[in-house]
Design a protein around this ligand. Structure first.
Ligand code: S3P
Length: 170
């Protein structure tokens, strides 16, 4: 039986990748990560794409990748944090998917990204301030999801359980 896609959206560091992996395993579904697809297609890292070709180029590739992923069925889609910036992405993903926003406080997002350097938008002097700024700009976009799960102080297993509960009622 073909089922709706499970689409995880949310800010960098909200745990989308880990949760989507667990969900895909638990539910025996294929996992698509927009970032992984972009990196594979381009043959270079997200950092390098931003550095060499700019954010605008990254968003163009991201748009194409989202269009392709949104056509699938019964998959889990792990969306890069900026997928919501293009309203067409949301429209396409909603057509065959349930959108779930993993929401977290700026402080816990910062905790999750602070030792990593693979997010070009956060490779700045004060990443916490940048997180607050971007989150302010994007919150309403993330809130277009069908469901929101607050992830602060929850384990990955607890978040997965919530997703499964949502799916059983949807
Ligand atoms: C971005 C989020 C990243 C990646 C790129 C831009 C964003 O994905 O797509 O660095 O604009 O929020 P993750 O949310 O998986 O870190």
């Amino acid at each position: 039986m073909l089922e709706k896609n499970i689409v995880l959206i949310g800010f960098m560091g909200s745990g989308k990748s880990m949760i989507s992996k667990k969900l895909a395993n638990m539910l025996n579904r294929q996992l698509l990560s927009t970032d992984d697809l972009i990196v594979h297609q381009e043959g270079r890292s997200v950092n390098r794409i931003f550095e060499e070709s700019g954010e605008g180029y990254f968003r163009q590739i991201e748009r194409k990748v989202v269009q392709g992923a949104a056509e699938r069925q019964s998959v889990v889609i792990d969306c890069g944090g900026g997928v919501v910036l293009n309203p067409e992405n949301i429209t396409d993903l909603k057509r065959r998917g349930i959108l779930i926003y993993l929401s977290a406080s700026p402080e816990s997002l910062y905790e999750n990204i602070k030792d990593k350097d693979d997010r070009p938008l956060l490779n700045v002097g004060d990443p916490l301030a940048k997180i607050r700024e971007l989150l302010k700009e994007r919150r309403a976009l993330y809130e277009q999801a069908d469901y929101t799960i607050k992830t602060d102080n929850k384990t990955a297993d607890e978040v997965c359980e919530e997703v499964v509960r949502i799916l059983s009622h949807d």
